[in-house]
Design a protein. Structure first.
Length: 264
């Protein structure tokens, strides 16, 4: 009986030790699990925090990029606005200048209208005192200018331009040669369809087609006089030159001989 009790003693001890270890392991497990859960939660929180940091950093970089782009655009806009302001200032100065010109137009018109009327009268006197070539055309031009001076539909600029054009036409007569046909009455005799030859303002002659009549205009006497028929070949040459049938060449033309003391 004692042997049985002695032999079961170690078993009981081992069982007690196992139970104690089991209780200790269970207790340790109960203590470690919350720690592990806390660690896992901390790691998860850290990952989430890092993700938020990365998101914030990306957003900051995007905002910084946008800020730099907007800053550059603002600089360009400032330069553009400065350029536009310079143009506005220049246009404002131009407007002020034009306004001053407009304000002076009335006084300018008052001054230029009498001037143009005097120019028309001077042109009329020139035509009447000049060699009598193309009289109908030239007198008609003067009359149209007179009518123009009283035409309210024409601006002063248009009137002035037409007056100047008329003077330019008259000026061209002094350095051109011309041949044309027309009719004229001299000494009560009517000459129909004769040929006139004008050489600048130096000489004006006409001849009949049968070459029997050759006359020139005398500026001093203000009348037509007979011209020696020896000038007929030169008159015909001048006519052909004026009609561009032959090239320019030397020729004799009838002009008044200068008097002593003339020309300086």
């Amino acid at each position: 009986m004692n042997l049985k009790m002695i032999s079961r003693g170690p078993l009981v001890f081992l069982a007690l030790v196992s139970i104690a270890l089991a209780f200790q392991t269970s207790a340790l497990a109960q203590d470690v699990d919350p720690i592990l859960d806390s660690s896992r939660q901390a790691v998860q929180d850290t990952d989430q925090s890092q993700e938020r940091v990365d998101q914030l950093d990306s957003r900051i970089q995007n905002l910084l990029s946008d800020f730099r782009a907007n800053l550059k655009q603002l600089e360009q806009l400032n330069r553009y606005n400065a350029s536009q302001q310079r143009q506005v200032d220049a246009q404002r100065r131009e407007i002020e200048s034009l306004t001053n010109d407009i304000n002076n137009i009335a006084s300018l018109q008052r001054a230029i209208q009498p001037l143009m009327e005097d120019m028309v009268e001077a042109l009329d006197q020139l035509v009447e005192a000049d060699l009598p070539f193309l009289l109908d055309e030239r007198r008609g031009r003067v009359q149209r200018l007179r009518n123009l001076m009283d035409d309210p539909s024409r601006s002063p600029a248009q009137r002035y331009r037409l007056v100047v054009e008329a003077y330019q036409i008259e000026n061209e007569y002094g350095r051109t040669i011309e041949a044309y046909r027309g009719s004229i009455e001299v000494g009560g005799r009517q000459f129909e369809n004769v040929e006139f030859v004008r050489i600048g303002r130096a000489s004006l002659v006409f001849r009949t087609d049968d070459d029997e009549t050759l006359m020139r205009f005398d500026p001093e006497a203000r009348q037509w006089v007979n011209l020696d028929l020896s000038f007929l070949p030169d008159v015909k040459m001048a006519s052909r030159i004026a009609r561009e049938q032959i090239p320019p060449d030397l020729m004799f033309i009838p002009v008044r001989a200068p008097r002593a003391g003339e020309g300086g």
